[in-house]
Ligand binder design. Structure first.
Ligand SMILES: [Zn+2]
Length: 271
């Protein structure tokens, strides 16, 4: 599933295509994209809107319009936004921009969502769903500490909660915990201040690394031009069960935490 580095990569690549442009034609062919709202209504509402900013909050791509409205796109499992791609069986929507270029939305498993919000709804909605941006200049270890202190859940489960820190999912949670040398099952509230500092740094490092490699393509994630990301080639633990830890040589182990496959080093990350 696309996490912060993947969505941010899409945003960066998409911005020059869409910013300043008007939506000349909007086709949404799958009611699941906009449910519970009728896709024809949403398409009609979007037509004519001018995109002023391709933004991101957590895993949401946020197309902000001159009207103050915003379209929140969540790619979920397999959503992708592609520039001037051929239409195929998994194309669920197409945005035609003034000038004629097209952004198509492909989603094989159809879990992705588009939500159009009115000006006064946008920030309220996002603030309720999404915690602080971990790569924001003002993000400090104490911001993370505040979110973890009341949580008895395993630290990995706390990291997966988007209100703890925006944009971290299964992959980057495992990568960050390995970097921070913290066992994924440690109770969040039980981390020492030093461990929270290490985790804060580790979350940022793992996400920055992902951004540099333009995200990880395990299956469906693509850049808007159809290229794949390359972060999967440098995972430290994610998906690497049985392979030696690069720090200590111990085989990486796999467990389940919060219902998700979780990889860690049993030597570097002690319970
Ligand atoms: Zn190790």
């Amino acid at each position: 599933m696309p996490e912060l580095p993947e969505v941010e990569t899409v945003r960066l690549r998409l911005a020059p295509f869409v910013e300043g442009r008007r939506l000349e034609r909007v086709e949404i062919d799958d009611p699941r994209v906009t449910r519970p709202f009728d896709p024809r209504d949403v398409a009609r509402e979007l037509t004519g809107e001018r995109i002023v900013h391709a933004d991101r909050r957590g895993k949401y791509l946020v197309l902000r319009f001159a009207s103050g409205r915003a379209l929140l796109i969540h790619l979920r499992m397999t959503g992708a936004l592609l520039t001037d791609a051929e239409r195929g069986p998994h194309t669920r929507a197409v945005l035609t921009l003034e000038g004629g270029s097209e952004i198509s939305y492909r989603d094989v498993r159809r879990f992705g969502t588009w939500l159009l919000l009115e000006p006064d709804e946008v920030e309220t909605y996002l603030d309720a769903k999404v915690g602080p941006e971990p790569l924001g200049a003002g993000y400090r270890a104490r911001d993370l500490a505040e979110k973890l202190v009341s949580r008895r859940a395993p630290v990995k489960a706390a990291l997966l909660d988007q209100r703890t820190v925006a944009g971290v999912g299964n992959i980057y949670a495992d990568e960050a915990l390995w970097r921070g040398r913290i066992h994924p099952l440690r109770p969040a509230a039980g981390l020492t201040p030093e461990e929270v500092k290490a985790l804060h740094r580790a979350v940022r490092e793992a996400l920055r690394r992902g951004l540099v490699r333009q995200g990880s393509t395990l299956r469906d994630y693509r850049l808007p031009n159809g290229e794949a990301g390359t972060m999967q080639n440098e995972f430290k633990v994610y998906g690497r069960g049985g392979e030696p830890c690069e720090r200590c040589g111990t085989p990486i182990d796999k467990i389940r935490v919060a219902g998700r496959g979780t990889w860690y080093c049993p030597s570097c990350q002690r319970l």
